[in-house]
Design a protein around this ligand. Sequence first.
Ligand code: FE2
Ligand code: FE2
Length: 275
Amino acid sequence: MEIDRRVFFASLGGAAAVSAMDSDAKADALEAYLSDQLDDAVSAPPKGTGSPQKQFPTVAELDAQITTKNYRRGVGNLFAGGRNVKKLEPMPANATLQDFFRLRFAPANHVLQSATRAMKTGMTEEIILACLLHDVVQELIKPDHGWWGAQLFEPYIPAKSTFAIRYHQALRFYADPANGYEYPEMYYGIFGKDYVPPPHIEATYKMVRNHKWYLEPRLVTVNDLYAFDPKAKVSIDPFIDIIGRHFKQPKEGLGNDNSPVAHMWRTIARPDSPL
Ligand SMILES: [Fe+2]
Ligand SMILES: [Fe+2]
């Protein structure tokens, strides 16, 4: 997918705003931007049907908007994101992971493409599951999405999948050609060659690099970065069996099971709740 650097920077509030972001925030913003572009491309009507071109504000207009908004850029996609929110269907009783994919995470193209690639390249079921789930928490919140995502799924999935989700966020900054992961060229082009991840990401990388489960998050990054294809047709159907084998669906439904993270699922289920 091609990136228009000027448009991307404008979407973040301009070059000055970008330079004030730390390296991890920049990388998160790029991933979110690509994911949004992909969703737009997939949901756009065919050419010639009168779809208006997306209008982007100027840097000055965005700068002027910062203090007029009651949300920040790290807010989850369900809550805000530069366009009007959609009316959401209520979740069914005893909601399953598939219900959340259909009604709250959709279209979820990025994670479905990642998981499809993981399946095609013969990853373990724990890694395929991690690829399927690795970014969906961005519907709730974006900063530290590896840690938030791991927390959201920890009670329900294998420990290796949780580990993979938690640490993919840090590993994507560190090349590992022996395992098929090059530092993404697009990061050079957009953020500059002198990019240095912040100390907590560096420390996390060093810890994970020496961990016996290092390959779990590494293989999520391998299947992550090349997953943005607006033409790909993807579905959750090929993953239903893996979900059945590895996702401990609570009988009360996600959000009703009194787990330590049930409130996170309830918030995703009812983002229009005033309190
Ligand atoms: Fe991610
Ligand atoms: Fe991702």
